[in-house]
Design a protein around this ligand. Structure first.
Ligand SMILES: Cc1cc2nc3c(=O)[nH]c(=O)nc-3n(C[C@H](O)[C@H](O)[C@H](O)COP(=O)(O)O)c2cc1C
Length: 447
């Protein structure tokens, strides 16, 4: 199975930064990131992943000051470039939004990261989901969800074309012939589309992986369409095996119409985990963290995904139906999940914000129990691997690496050494051929 780490510096839990085992200043501490990436590499993880949004929040600061979501963080590609020098095997993935950048920038950054890391780069394609980000780039509000995905589709296509703007062996560096590159092996991209106009080639040679790995986590219908067409890794987020199976089958079932094989995409099920020596201890730790969630943060986190202000509502009563917005424009899948919970479970506002984990549920137990759970999902064929998100960092990662990984290895479910040189090779993904180079003739044809 594949394993990725979603690295929140103080852990996945909203109140993680208040826990004494975490380091409050970790989000801008390169030493912390270096040792954490090395720890994940010791655990033979495929991928170290950084989420992002290009904005600090500028209103409701009372709430954000109690849960500093992306308020003080490194820009992901800059950080991953530094980590490339501190690690040797683990993949390095980060989020860059297609709504606020240009394809040339992104193609160049990830090509550079792929060279810096010798073939370990991955780009998480997101369309962004908050108006704070929009306002940093000349807009009042995010464009509509469907428009953002239209732009993302053209964006990803262009980035791929730019990565193919040089053939693999274009830079010959032939001193005898006096040629640095073979002019016939440059392929200019000439594009005039709905969102972008571009004429040019990348000023860096083709990435070691051909294309850095494309990640996606969109869970709406539109998001799944884009993933089926373009993604090679998808982060899923379901709490139950049945829901995970539906998502997995749905996503892989959409691939053939884009001419893609199901194996060309790895679904990694998101797993928030809290590991302790006994189930009781894990549950106690979880409840301790839950009690640390300030109500102002609980309301804000829920209101953010429900796309409405919940600050005037009583905590111990259900959210009235007339407070549910008619449409959503941020993360559609999360919005739908909250609405479903409001309508089906009759929870109070407080119960709802304590229960809601963006469709997921923290797995709490011993290392063996966590391994059992992962084995069950993996062998049931509802995930190709897992995106592990410890509630507390780095403690949760240490427990995973020292407890769960050996257990998975003992069961023959996880590698005992890195075998590939690149992230693609470790994930079992093919290296994309350059679209301008005719495939080598098949053996049969050559006879
Ligand atoms: C593991 C994981 C990581 C994600 N990382 C980011 C991120 O870094 N930035 C972001 O804006 N959205 C991120 N998302 C949100 C997704 O890109 C997407 O918006 C969400 O799944 C809802 O999809 P939808 O808009 O298609 O409904 C992440 C989702 C998951 C499950």
């Amino acid at each position: 199975m594949a394993l990725a780490l979603l690295c929140h510096p103080t852990g996945h839990h909203n109140a993680g930064w208040l826990h004494p085992s975490t380091q409050a200043g970790a989000s801008t501490d390169i030493d912390w990131y270096r040792s954490t990436a090395q720890l994940a590499e010791r655990g033979l993880f495929d991928l170290f992943f950084i989420a992002d949004t290009p904005a600090a929040r500028t209103s409701n600061l009372e709430a954000y000051s109690r849960y500093p979501l992306f308020m003080n963080v490194f820009e992901p590609v800059t950080l991953l470039s530094a980590l490339a020098g501190a690690t040797q095997h683990i993949g390095l993935g980060g989020t860059v939004s297609t709504s606020f950048t240009e394809p040339y920038n992104v193609a160049r950054m990830f090509a550079s990261l792929d060279h810096l890391s010798r073939g370990r780069a991955a780009w998480n394609v997101v369309t962004s989901a908050n108006d704070f980000a929009a306002r940093n780039f000349g807009l009042d509000k995010l464009p509509p969800h469907a428009r953002r995905y239209d732009r993302a589709r053209e964006f990803v296509d262009l980035v791929g074309k730019l990565w193919d703007s040089w053939e693999d062996d274009a830079f010959v560096r032939d001193r005898t012939a006096g040629l640095t590159f073979d002019p016939a092996k440059q392929h200019v991209v000439d594009h005039k589309g709905e969102f972008f106009t571009l004429h040019g080639a990348l000023n860096i040679e083709r990435p070691p992986q051909g294309h850095p790995v494309i990640i996606q986590a969109g869970a709406s219908d539109t998001g799944k369409e884009l993933a089926a067409e373009t993604a090679e890794v998808v982060f899923a987020s379901d709490a139950t095996l049945e829901a995970a199976r539906r998502f997995y089958d749905d996503l892989k079932g959409r691939m053939p119409k884009f001419g893609r094989e199901p194996e060309a995409l790895k679904v990694l099920a998101g797993k928030p985990v809290l590991i302790a020596d006994s189930q009781g201890e894990a549950e106690d730790m979880y409840q301790t963290l839950q009690h640390l969630i300030h109500p102002v943060v609980g309301r804000m986190r829920l209101g953010m995904d429900l796309e409405t202000d919940l600050s005037d509502l009583p905590l111990d009563e259900p959210i009235p139906e007339d407070r549910i917005p008619r449409n959503s424009n941020f993360h559609k899948a999360y919005f739908d999940k909250i609405v479903e919970m409001i309508r089906s479970e009759g929870l109070t506002l407080r119960q709802l914000y304590l229960r809601y984990e963006r469709g997921n549920q923290t797995l709490r137990g011993t290392a063996t129990q966590v391994a059992d759970h992962l084995e069950e999902w993996f062998t049931a064929g509802v995930a190709d691997g897992f995106m592990v998100t410890p509630s507390l960092m780095p403690q949760g990662l240490e427990r995973f690496v020292d407890g769960v990984v050996p257990e998975l290895q003992r069961r023959g479910l996880f590698r005992t050494a890195y075998t590939g040189r690149t992230l693609r090779e470790n994930l079992g993904l093919k290296r994309p051929p350059n679209r301008h180079v005719a495939p080598a003739p098949a053996m049969a044809a050559a006879k």
